[in-house]
Design a protein around this ligand. Structure first.
Ligand code: DGL
Length: 272
């Protein structure tokens, strides 16, 4: 595999752009092909079988783009499908759950860690499993926050409605004595300020995107796949694909990535 090949990144929608933003920052020489499954979002309320089928289609699409590595930039797909995806593809792959679990284990002082995510991610208890592998004495408290995803997809990032829902979802965690809270859904870093305000200063928020980009860099280095020079202008360093509503995606992407995304191509993902 050529080190100038792109990295494939996918999510159920726009949330994975928080991971893309971090990859752009930490390894700026890399080309990225992003796929957001905007036609089929949310994944977080769907079954493991459905999320795995969708994810396999996306892997086939990314394989056709000759990517050198794949980042599953969706907690739900990482929780439900990553093991299966690694069996069907030879391309090195990384999810966001393990990096998030590792960071939280490093950050916590009292061993009480909260996780917020989709119903699927919280129901799978995957964060708890990985954290306990690192720190068997840790206590992990999960809370599903399903309404956060549509609020983010609607762009209600700083809005009283989001504040109100955050208070309702997070009140049980505030009283639980956690000192660390994992933003276990790639959409949630976009409402980090709201979550931080509700949880208070004593709770450290963990965004798995930072550690994911760091581990991606290591993975590329190990495979001698790190791209050494910045791609020249006009080489389409960053390309975006969606399964629906490209214009809405472009508007949203430009509001969170300061790169100037001019186009996103709609593809028929069911054909893969
Ligand atoms: N981005 C997804 C995740 O990280 C949440 C959105 C969805 O439910 O599809 O779990």
């Amino acid at each position: 595999m050529n080190d100038s090949a792109p990295i494939g990144v996918f999510d159920s929608g726009v949330g994975g752009l928080t991971v893309v933003r971090e990859i752009m920052r930490q390894i700026p020489n890399e080309k990225i092909i992003y796929f957001g499954d905007t036609a089929r979002v949310p994944y977080g309320s769907k079954s493991k079988e459905t999320v795995t089928r969708y994810s396999r289609q996306i892997i086939r699409f990314l394989e056709k783009q000759n990517v050198k590595a794949i980042v599953v930039a969706c907690n739900t797909a990482s929780a439900y499908a990553l093991d299966e995806l690694e069996k069907v593809s030879d391309i090195p792959m990384l999810g966001v759950v393990k990096p998030g679990a590792r960071t939280a284990s490093d950050v916590t002082r009292n061993g009480r860690i909260g996780v917020i995510g989709t119903e699927a991610t919280i129901g799978s208890r995957i964060y708890s499993r990985y954290i306990k592998e690192i720190n068997p004495g840790a206590e992990v408290l999960g809370k599903a926050c399903p309404l956060f995803v549509p609020l983010v997809e609607e762009g209600l990032l700083n809005d009283p409605v989001t504040d109100e829902i955050a208070i309702r979802y997070l009140s049980s965690l505030i009283d639980s004595g956690i000192d660390t809270l994992i933003l276990g859904c790639t959409h949630y870093p976009l409402i980090r300020a709201t979550v931080g305000k509700v949880m208070g200063e004593g709770v450290t928020l963990v965004n798995p995107a930072y550690e994911t980009a760091r581990e991606l860099r290591e993975l590329l280095e190990r495979g001698h796949l790190l791209h050494q020079v910045r791609p020249e202008l006009g080489t389409n360093q960053y390309q975006f694909f969606v399964s629906d509503a490209a214009d809405k995606f472009i508007r949203f992407a430009n509001s969170i990535i300061k790169y100037g995304i001019l186009s996103a191509k709609t593809i028929h993902i069911e054909e893969y």
